[in-house]
Structure formats: structure tokens, C-alpha cells
Design a protein around this ligand. Structure first.
Ligand SMILES: NC(=O)c1ccc[n+]([C@@H]2O[C@H](COP(=O)([O-])OP(=O)(O)OC[C@H]3O[C@@H](n4cnc5c(N)ncnc54)[C@H](O)[C@@H]3O)[C@@H](O)[C@H]2O)c1
Length: 341
């Protein structure tokens, strides 16, 4: 059975997902529609990749019974409405992170998905990245003993435009949430408290949105472990993603700055090309997560990363934002934490 898909939002990441589908990188799926309200964006994509339908209006896709699944890559502030409309029309849903921006909306989403009995996967793609998957395997095999400290660095080569920042939910929700998710996954433990700090270093326009371009979250886990998570939009040298897990019997690193495994030696020294952006660093992960989604739709299975993880990660990000705003450590109550790894 071929799963007929529509991609909503053709911006920085939506274009990447849509191209993966349109160029048949995702077995068992066919891209039949693309949606974007921006003048010419969907039309141009449909012409370039020979897609049968394009529109500026998401309702056309939600109401089309020939479409089985939607890939939602629109601004974060639109996710809740999009997910609920898709679920009510019986579509399988892949939605980019974060699930949404408030816990009330997350609860409504969870309830709607349950009510209409549809599949929902959230785009925490690091879990599908071959290096993170290998790290998980090594940790579970006991190669570093018991994990006791998590260190995460996520540095973007620059800031997205003001219009994106305005709808992003601020840095802890937009950037650090990737590390909160992978920290829970790799440490095999839940985050119980956060203490968050940050500052605007290079992008003064962010002050209008109460956002910062350099942030740190110090976290405690229910296993007794601790960690720190840096998020930055100030990395002029490239896209820098590094993770370290310290265990009782060793340590494990994930990530390299090298784009290709080529080192140039000349009279200026020894150099290599640095990974330029997230699309390059996570190109395998973006493909593998969509393959997993399509397999789950075809086999009517629950995806590895669902709306439940979406809510837990959201809860941590909201607590971190609260901690940043108040200057206090925020404890995350246990009743809502649900193990999903
Ligand atoms: N997983 C990741 O690594 C990752 C990376 C980047 C972005 N994201 C997430 O993906 C989402 C999109 O981010 P982006 O960087 O691609 O944003 P973007 O601003 O580059 O693109 C958003 C696109 O959505 C379109 N759009 C706006 N409203 C729409 C609507 N109602 N219906 C259809 N299209 C609409 C815009 O015209 C634009 O083309 C965000 O939620 C973001 O958090 C995830």
C-alpha cells in the first residue's frame, strides 16, 4: 500500500522533507500535495518536482479523502490547530518539534489523537541519527557503566529571521528541546528540575520577543544524574552539535565538526570543512524518521516518538523558560512524566 502524503509548510525544513518524499527517498510513500500560503512557494515546488496538487489552503488537504498522511512543518504557533484538524479528518500525522507551545494545547492534542485513533509522530530526529542510535546501543550494552552526567551543545551557525523567532516559542522550546529529548533517551531517565540562564550576545532584535541567542540549562534527572545543555545561535564557524555522556566506567562522545572525512594539508596548516547547517548534519536522520513514520502508518504501529514525548519535552522546555524568567530553579512534577524509551 502506498501512503499518499501532503507536506504543509515549505520553509527551511519543510522543503527538505518534501524533497525527500518527492525524490522517492522514502519507500512506500508518494507526495501528492504541497501547501504553503507564501506566494509562489507551493506552486514552484509542485512544478519543479512534478507534484499533482498544490495549494495555499491547508483545508484542501485536510478535507481530501485521497490523502492518508500529513507532514506538518509550519511555524510552531500553528501546530496545535493543524494537528487537531488533521486528526479530525482521520489523517496520520507527522509534526515537527515542538509539539506545540502550551501544556493545555498539548493535552487537547493528546485527547484528539486518542479520540480519532490516528498515528502521531513528533520530529525529534536525533533518535534516528545513526551516531545517536549507536550511542544508545553502547549505553544499553553497559559500555560506559551507569550514565551520571549529560553534556549537550547545540550551536546554530546564525539566527533564523525575526519572523521565525516571533513564532518559535523562545530558545528553550525551539532549540534546547532537542537536547532535553535526547538526554532523556540516552540517560534512560527523566528530567526533574531545571535551572536556566541566557543572554543576548549578537542579535539585539531578540529582546523584543524576550528571547536570547545564548542559553544554558542545568538539569537533574530522576536517576540521580545531572547535566548541562547549551543552546546558541552564535556559531560563526558552522552548525556545531556535540553530546557527551559520562558514565561510572567511561565516557562517550557523539558528534564531529567534520563535514567530509577529508583533511587538507598545505602551507596554511591542516584544515577540514565544517558542517554548515542542520539539513546537512541530520540529513540521514530526517530521511530515517520519515521512513519510520511511513512504516508505522502502513503497519498501523505506534511510532517511536509520539505526542506523549512531545508533551514531556514541552513540559521541560516550559519549566526552563519559567526558570530563565524568574531566576529560580523549577522542579518538574512527576505525575506527568511518562517513560517512552
Ligand atoms: N527538527 C528540526 O531539526 C527542525 C529544524 C528546523 C525547524 N524545525 C521546526 O519546523 C517548523 C518549521 O520551521 P522552519 O524553520 O522550516 O520555518 P520557516 O519559517 O522556514 O518555514 C515555515 C513555512 O511554513 C509556511 N506556512 C506558514 N503558515 C502556514 C500555514 N498555515 N499552512 C501551510 N504553510 C504555512 C511559511 O510560508 C513557510 O514557508 C517549526 O516548528 C520548527 O520548530 C525543526
Amino acid at each position: 500500500m502506498t501512503i499518499r502524503c501532503a507536506v504543509l509548510g515549505l520553509g527551511r525544513l519543510g522543503h527538505h522533507h518534501a524533497k525527500n518524499l518527492a525524490t522517492h527517498q522514502i519507500g512506500g510513500a508518494q507526495l501528492v500535495s504541497v501547501v504553503d500560503p507564501m506566494e509562489g512557494r507551493a506552486e514552484q515546488f509542485a512544478k519543479e518536482f512534478d507534484i499533482e496538487h498544490w495549494t495555499k489552503n491547508p483545508d484542501e488537504v485536510f478535507e481530501d479523502p485521497r490523502i492518508d498522511a500529513v507532514i506538518i512543518v509550519t511555524p510552531t504557533s500553528t501546530h496545535a490547530d493543524m494537528i487537531k484538524r488533521a486528526a479530525k479528518n482521520g489523517k496520520a500525522i507527522f509534526v515537527e518539534k515542538p509539539l506545540t507551545q502550551s501544556l493545555e494545547e498539548a493535552d487537547e492534542i493528546i485527547q484528539t489523537i486518542k479520540q480519532y485513533n490516528v498515528i502521531c509522530q513528533v520530529g525529534f530526529m536525533r533518535r534516528f541519527d545513526p551516531a545517536y542510535a549507536e550511542a544508545k546501543r553502547r549505553i544499553e550494552a553497559g559500555d560506559i557503566g551507569k550514565p551520571i552526567y549529560f553534556k549537550g551543545i547545540t550551536r546554530d551557525a546564525g539566527s533564523p529571521p525575526a519572523e521565525f523567532i516571533k513564532h518559535s516559542g523562545r530558545v528553550f522550546l525551539d532549540v534546547s528541546i532537542h537536547d532535553y529529548d535526547i538526554a532523556r533517551y540516552l540517560m534512560g531517565a527523566e528530567i526533574t528540575s531545571v535551572s536556566a540562564h541566557g543572554r543576548v550576545l549578537l542579535h539585539p532584535f531578540m529582546e523584543e520577543f524576550r528571547d536570547v541567542d545564548q542559553a544554558i540549562t542545568y538539569v537533574h534527572f530522576d536517576s540521580g544524574a545531572a547535566g548541562d545543555i547549551e543552546a546558541s545561535r552564535n556559531s560563526p564557524y558552522g552548525h556545531d552539535i556535540r553530546t557527551e555522556i559520562i558514565g561510572t566506567e567511561g565516557s562517550l562522545f557523539i558528534g564531529t565538526l567534520r563535514n567530509q572525512n577529508v583533511t587538507l594539508l598545505n602551507s596554511k596548516g591542516s584544515t577540514y570543512e565544517i558542517i554548515p547547517d542542520f539539513q546537512t548534519r541530520f540529513s540521514d536522520a530526517y530521511r530515517l524518521e520519515l521512513m519510520h513514520f511511513i512504516e508505522c502508518v502502513r503497519n498501523k504501529q505506534t511510532p517511536k516518538v509520539t505526542e506523549i514525548d512531545g508533551k514531556v519535552n514541552l513540559k521541560i522546555a516550559i519549566a526552563a523558560t519559567e526558570s530563565f524568567d524568574s531566576g529560580k530553579t523549577v522542579h518538574i512534577k512527576g505525575e506527568c512524566l511518562e517513560k517512552s524509551y
